[in-house]
Ligand binder design. Structure first.
Ligand code: ADQ
Length: 410
């Protein structure tokens, strides 16, 4: 462990402007990092918890797309004591360099460089905001400082067929220097000891400040660049021999077991979002929300405890505060303030804040966004053809209703 002294000289920049098109309709009104996850959390709580637990307490959250809900969440939940100069602050696109939005994630940082000049840090941790994982960034920073690289990219082994969505890393003979970086390749290369596994970038980078400033300056002058971190900045630094990889499998977080070590999920699609919830609700989840040694932090709403009335019961489920269950809930995750009326059956589902399930209704294999009201007796996830006709259905058959979307009763 590095301890507080080095991580305190690190500025955290969290890239939180992603649109999350593949999570529609959950991202119709909110940026992807603001999408609720695991009951009371939002996706951004995972990266912010990791940074703050590692004592990185000067953090700028760069937002752009539909940022209201994200902004509100960050300002209300992540207030830091300013006595020690700590802050987690949302930074909306400010058009400092002209009347235009960010063209890409590198442009987002370039347009926000005043924050870097103000802080004058030695190192900058640029982390994505869309993933569910536990990580101690201090261990990655320690490697970065020790190696003298200009940038260190966090890498994880993933099934090769999934790597088309990621930056893929090939290392030099030393196993650390990145020899090649391919952003979202159609045919990802496998690692030398296993052709079916690729070494993917987690979208988390530690930069030496002067390397980042120089790379952004050159990138801004390049008319052919898309000004993207994974697409442009990292490949350019790899070309100059300045990039190294940090192997996520080396990361050790207090309280983790062999089982949940190395867990990292990109919940960028409806199916991956759904599957990560199914894991949480299972008897022995891989991702352990209850590890208090490295807590995942959020603000809990001021709501009364969950209540089970009459014959109400929940089996293998997560039930948040403010829920009242009179029916039956199985294998599901309920966000705060969900009501499940008598004789209703909810199974294998994710119900976000304030959803109401009417008496005798059946909800199976569904994701219902905030404030959806399922009328008494209605059915979701029972008649596939009906559902496909009226609602969004994911590739694997999960029915998804957007915020407040009316339920169709035949
Ligand atoms: P993607 O996630 O596809 O791949 P991107 O859409 O740029 O890349 O998102 C990266 C992060 O930046 C996300 O947290 C997103 O919210 C944020 N972001 C995107 N556009 C932004 C903008 N204009 N302003 C502010 N923030 C923005 C990236 C890397 C891959 C890597 C995967 C890992 O490019 O190499 O493998 O992350 O998931």
């Amino acid at each position: 462990m590095v301890g507080g002294s080095v991580t305190r000289s690190v500025l955290g920049i969290v890239l939180a402007g992603g649109e999350g098109k593949r999570l529609m309709p959950l991202t119709a009104d909110r940026a992807k990092p603001a999408v609720p996850f695991g009951g009371p959390y939002r996706l951004i709580d995972f990266v912010l918890s990791n940074l703050v637990n590692a004592d990185i307490r000067k953090i700028c959250v760069l937002t752009q797309y539909k940022s209201h809900s994200l902004d509100r969440h960050v300002t209300t939940t992540w207030r830091m004591s300013t006595l020690l100069g700590n802050y987690v602050t949302p930074v909306p696109a400010q058009q400092r360099l002209g009347p235009r939005w960010y063209t890409g994630s590198a442009d987002a940082i370039y347009q926000s460089l005043n924050l870097v000049y103000d802080e004058d840090p030695e190192y900058i941790a640029v982390f994505g905001a869309d993933h569910v994982y536990r990580m101690d960034p201090a261990q990655m920073i320690e490697q970065h400082v020790f190696s003298g690289a200009g940038v260190t990219v966090a890498g994880i082994r993933v099934p090769r067929r999934e790597a088309t969505e990621f930056g893929v890393i090939e290392t030099a003979a030393d196993g650390r220097t990145i020899a090649q970086f391919l952003e979202k390749p159609a045919d990802p290369p496998g690692v030398p000891d296993d052709p079916e596994v690729a070494y993917a970038s987690m979208g988390n980078y530690v930069f030496t400040t002067k390397t980042l400033l120089e790379a952004l300056r050159l990138d801004a002058e390049d008319p052919a660049s898309a000004h993207d971190m994974g697409g442009n900045i990292i490949p350019t630094l790899v070309g100059k021999g300045e990039a190294a990889v940090y192997d996520f499998s080396d990361n050790e977080v207090p309280g983790q077991t062999e089982r949940d070590r190395g867990y990292w999920r990109d919940v960028g699609t409806l199916d991956s979002y759904y599957e990560a919830h199914r894991d949480l609700a299972s008897v022995h989840p891989v991702f352990n929300l209850y590890n208090r040694a490295w807590p995942i932090l959020t603000s809990m709403p001021q709501l009364p405890p969950a209540k089970f009335a009459l014959t109400g019961r929940a089996i293998e489920s997560i039930i948040s505060a403010g829920c009242i269950v009179t029916g039956e809930v199985r294998d599901s995750v309920l966000s705060p303030g969900v009501l499940v009326a008598g004789k209703a059956q909810v199974s294998e589902s994710v119900l976000l804040n304030g959803v109401t399930i009417g008496e005798g209704a059946i909800v199976r294999r569904a994701i219902l966004d905030k404030n959806v009201v399922v009328p008494p007796g209605a059915r979701i996830g029972v008649d596939e053809e009906f559902d496909r006709h009226h609602y969004r259905v994911s590739d694997s058959g999960v029915v998804v209703l957007g915020k407040g979307q009316p339920v169709v009763v035949p």
